[in-house]
Design a protein around this ligand. Structure first.
Ligand SMILES: [Zn+2]
Length: 209
């Protein structure tokens, strides 16, 4: 069964099926073989996710691991990030239905963004210029910067009617398909499983007629 999972949905052991960073962060606790599986058990796994998500390059991850790995602060920050993730999960599930976000969540995100801001820099690509976001991790808590920013971006810019939980599992995604009828986290992970089950059910029905 595990072999059927497409490599393209996974990157360095993490799932990227959400089409939004905040949803990919939410999806670091999938259910695999019926068991919830924690993909961010410790600080080095967290750094691994930051690298897989293209938020930090491998050099930076290596230096942060040497600098902070094993410290109490890094452990606490990892725990706080898992707590934020589960709080966001509740909020996003409710937001998918209602489109509104609780004040306590806004306050928490605003506090995080004030303390750990994303910064903007100007880049030139030949003749034209563009801006890009970046952040500077001076302490482990600064890793909150892209997470809080991505959650704020999700709530502020994405149509909540197009964000939903997979019909078959716990993963969430932003439906960017033209028709807006995406039902599964991915065809490989859940779509095929559901199709096979539907096919088997139809066969059984025919058999009983
Ligand atoms: Zn799924």
């Amino acid at each position: 069964m595990r072999k059927a999972i497409s490599e393209s949905d996974w990157k360095d052991g993490f799932l990227f099926v959400g089409n939004q960073l905040a949803l990919d962060f939410l999806n670091t606790r999938p259910v695999q073989n019926g068991e919830p599986s924690e993909l961010l058990p410790d600080f080095s796994a967290l750094l691994g996710w930051f690298q897989a998500a293209d938020l930090l390059n491998s050099d930076k991850v290596g230096s942060l691991q040497r600098q902070w790995g094993g410290s109490a602060n890094a452990m606490r920050t990892t725990e706080e990030m898992r707590q934020l993730r589960e709080k966001l999960r509740k909020e996003i599930v409710a937001w998918e239905q209602s489109g509104s976000v609780q004040h306590s969540t806004l306050d928490e995100l605003n506090k995080l963004m004030a303390e750990h801001p994303m910064r903007t820099r100007l880049r030139t690509n030949g003749e034209s210029c563009s801006t890009e976001l970046w952040f500077q991790p001076r302490e482990p808590e600064d890793l909150f910067a892209p997470l809080a920013h991505s959650a704020a971006t999700l709530f502020a810019t994405v149509d909540h009617k197009r964000v939903r939980k997979c019909a078959q599992c716990v993963l969430h995604f932003y439906d960017t398909s033209k028709k807006g009828t995406r039902r599964w986290c991915s065809m490989q992970l859940c779509g095929n499983r559901l199709k096979v089950a539907a096919y088997a059910a139809r066969r059984r029905q025919r058999h009983h007629k």
